[in-house]
Design a protein around this ligand. Structure first.
Ligand code: AMP
Ligand code: MG
Length: 474
């Protein structure tokens, strides 16, 4: 199939034990949901060609584009802290690596049929998770945070059986790579140091050219993850399944399962139906990242020379995380509060606002967006909590040079007006299930400009609209 995509499949050139060559399983009737035209053009792909019958065949897995080398990647991982020695692409396939002007990107189909790693699964996805991932990953991108992207979504004309029958769908995902902490764990757990070295060299060449060996790679991933997670924490994002197999070594948000953006703020917030113990609650994300990065560090030890010295160096690297993370977090929250200069008490000022927001059940997004206005105090169940904080904040602002207008503009550029609120995402999915994709398209388009005003989409859910749990939907 000719789509004029330039592929260069570096992962497919790695040794056989890194993957299983595999073609997608064809579906009954591909149907277009949405093509991400802007992203297609950035990748050097003609959006019209993608939307053509030939393009839809590729997006649904009924044809493999010329130059691609489809395969299922193998990996392992800690899921909720428990070790799974063999995972892998069970419902996804790496179709090939696109060589675009801005770099190399995996093109992956999610929901493309069974693979040797499907275990008991059917290898398929239904419409709900596909629309969710499209909406949330593109929203994340527009918020300026590193993430995999959605190039397209199609329906399959087939039924997927979960707790009931649902229409099947396939998402085309674009990522810097799909190499995970769990990919390293897979090889080290098998004592395969040769593969570990090959993987390390591959990841360095691909994502962190110039870093010095396994320790250099570890430090680079730590920096990337610290920046990423501080980004999540600045927009109220809860990943929900921060297993080591869902942590990308490229530092992108990956695996949009039961993830969610918070409405009213609480540090202990959990949405995932499978996270019964709150392991992946909002405020725990930085410490879970450390836990995952310690697994990466352990995996890389065999490549780091003499064991005691290696352990010491790896420990020192992982121990850097809290400070690197705190610096990113502080920079992001200073900007959210309109602060340009640094003062020693700024962390307390920020934390004090968050504590009051938790106590006052204040909406995360709308509070920051409206800081300094009547509308911010109205977010609080106890506006006095906001008022006493705002006095200190206003005194702090008085020691800044910026004019109110400049400050307001700067704050509006970092505090989004809209996020993909759960009830809106759910509404788009429910409409999609009845064949009405208009709410999905409207929401997708609005979320491309989250820093502009969208009054129709800014409201938190009413009590009846509130979504308390989100599901993997696998
Ligand atoms: P996740 O929780 O989505 O990260 O998936 C964990 C593992 O389960 C991965 O190896 C997936 O490929 C696999 N998996 C999830 N859903 C399915 C499915 N419907 N069919 C086959 N494998 C699946
Ligand atoms: Mg996963």
């Amino acid at each position: 199939m000719t789509l004029n995509i330039t592929f260069d499949n570096s992962y497919a050139r790695l040794p056989d034990r890194f993957f299983s060559p595999m073609e997608p399983t064809p579906v009954a009737q591909p149907g277009l949901i949405r093509i991400n035209e802007t992203l297609a053009r950035e990748l050097g792909i003609d959006p019209a060609a993608l939307a053509s019958p030939d393009g839809l065949s590729v997006l649904a897995g009924n044809a493999v584009p010329d130059g691609a080398a489809p395969l299922a990647q193998v990996y392992a991982g800690h899921q909720f802290g428990g070790w799974s020695p063999q995972l892998g692409d069970g419902r996804a396939l790496l179709i090939g690596e696109i060589k675009a002007p801005s770099g190399r990107y995996d093109m992956q189909l999610k929901g493309s049929g069974p693979t040797p790693y499907s275990r008991m699964g059917d290898g398929r996805a239904w419409l709900g998770p596909v629309l969710r991932e499209y909406l949330l990953s593109e929203a994340m991108y527009a918020l300026g945070l590193p993430t995999t992207r959605a190039l397209a979504a199609v329906t399959t004309g087939e039924t997927v059986i979960r707790e009931r029958r649902y229409p099947g769908a396939v998402l085309t995902r674009i990522a810097k790579s799909h190499i995970r902490v769990g990919t390293f764990q897979y090889f080290v757990s098998r004592g395969d140091s040769e593969a570990l070295q090959v993987l390390t060299d591959h990841v360095i060449a691909r994502h962190y050219p110039g870093v010095d060996g396994a320790l250099g790679l570890l430090n680079a991933v730590i920096d990337a993850q610290a920046a990423l997670i501080a980004g999540w924490m600045s927009v109220g994002f809860i990943h929900g399944v921060m297993n080591t197999d869902n942590m990308s070594v490229a530092g992108e948000t990956i695996d949009y399962g039961p993830c969610a953006f918070m409405d009213d703020y609480h540090p202990d917030r959990v949405f995932s139906s499978i996270d019964s113990f709150g392991r992946y609650a909002f405020a725990r994300q930085p410490e879970i990242a450390v836990w995952n990065l310690a697994q990466l560090a352990t995996s890389l030890l065999p490549l780091m020379g003499e064991r005691d010295a290696a352990i010491e160096a790896a420990t020192e690297a992982v121990n850097r995380f809290p400070q690197v993370y705190a610096d990113h977090w502080l920079a992001r929250y200073r900007a959210k509060l309109g602060l340009v200069t640094s003062e020693r008490d700024d962390p307390d000022l920020i934390q004090s606002l968050l504590d009051r927001m938790a106590h006052g059940q204040a909406d995360f997004t709308n509070t920051f967006r409206a800081l300094g206005t009547q509308s911010a105090r109205e977010q609080f169940a106890d506006p006095a909590g906001y008022d006493t904080w705002a006095e200190v904040w206003i005194a702090r602002l008085a020691r800044e040079d910026a004019t109110p207008d400049t400050r307001r503009a700067a704050m509006q550029a970092v505090n989004p007006a809209i996020i993909p609120r759960n009830h809106r995402v759910e509404e788009a999915i429910q409409a999609g299930l009845t064949g009405d994709l208009a709410p999905f398209h409207t929401l997708t388009e609005a979320l491309q400009t989250p820093f502009a005003e969208h009054p129709d989409l800014a409201s938190p859910p009413t009590e009846g609209q509130r979504i308390k749990q989100t599901f993997c939907g696998t």
